[in-house]
Write a protein that binds this ligand. Structure first.
Ligand code: FPP
Length: 238
């Protein structure tokens, strides 16, 4: 078992859960099976992160670009999300998880939006870990939205253009109250950010693994955290 230094844990880990489709294809199964396994992996990693605990865990569950996938695949992903929200609320409450969604929630079916709100409200007092699901999320859209909100504040006379600093800007992002990710993990061998948390990842350590998301175990997760602890972070200093 990989050992971690409890003094140097990341405050925020973000994960791009990639490779469900390939996992299924390699087994001659429809992509759907990969997504179903992917949800199981997400549950295991959430449980592990909560145990450690990692104060904030963000999972990229559905990107803005994912709306372009075939209708049947989107329907499957919606069903999985529905089932997840319905089944996991008691677990979240029991584990002290505060649940949050970032992204364009208004694009989801009404019943899913209602479940999201319910989960957020019921778990608001969770103090062990914040679980953030990125849904219909895209970083450029998030940044454009922040600019729009800021412009509105300036127009209303509540802010002046000189007030716009990196810090004030960040207050208009979905993640306004969360620390920036210390570590970003991407599975399945792809080594890119794919429009995820562009503003927030300025100093984030990246960890890429060829393991496909359905095969990503708790031990793989610990290995990523241990690798993070071996890195020296300088934030531009010497
Ligand atoms: C990438 O695999 C994964 C997604 C598009 C998101 C799906 C995420 C899950 C099923 C986990 C959902 C978690 C919760 C908590 C509801 P891919 O289809 O892009 O794989 P590929 O690159 O191999 O085709």
């Amino acid at each position: 078992m990989t050992e971690l230094d409890p003094e140097r844990l990341p405050r925020h880990v973000a994960i791009i859960m990639d490779g469900n489709g390939r996992w299924a294809r390699r087994r001659g199964l429809p992509r759907f099976f990969g997504h179903r396994e992917g949800v199981k992996t997400a549950k295991r990693i959430i449980t592990k992160a909560c145990e450690i605990p990692i104060p904030v865990l963000t999972l990229y569950a559905f990107s803005r670009e994912n709306w372009q996938r075939p209708e049947e695949e989107i329907a499957v992903l919606m069903d999985l999300l529905r089932a997840y929200l319905r089944e996991e609320l008691p677990t979240m409450l029991e584990k002290g998880i505060r649940f949050r969604v970032i992204g364009e929630r208004e694009r989801f079916p009404e019943d899913i939006q209602e479940m999201i709100t319910l989960c957020e409200e019921k778990t608001a007092a969770g103090d062990r870990m914040t679980l953030v699901l990125a849904l219909s999320y895209g970083a450029r859209a998030e940044i454009a939205r922040a600019a729009r909100l800021l412009a509105g504040e300036v127009q209303a006379g509540r802010l002046s253009p000189e007030d716009i600093t990196p810090e004030t800007f960040a207050r208009f992002l979905y993640t306004w109250d969360l620390p920036d990710p210390d570590l970003l993990i991407r599975t399945s061998g792809e080594q890119r950010l794919s429009n995820f948390l562009l503003y927030q990842c300025a100093y984030t350590e990246f960890y890429f693994t060829p393991v496909l998301w359905p095969d990503f175990t708790e031990e793989e997760f610990l290995r990523a955290l241990a690798e993070y602890q071996r890195r020296e972070r300088r934030f531009g200093r010497v």
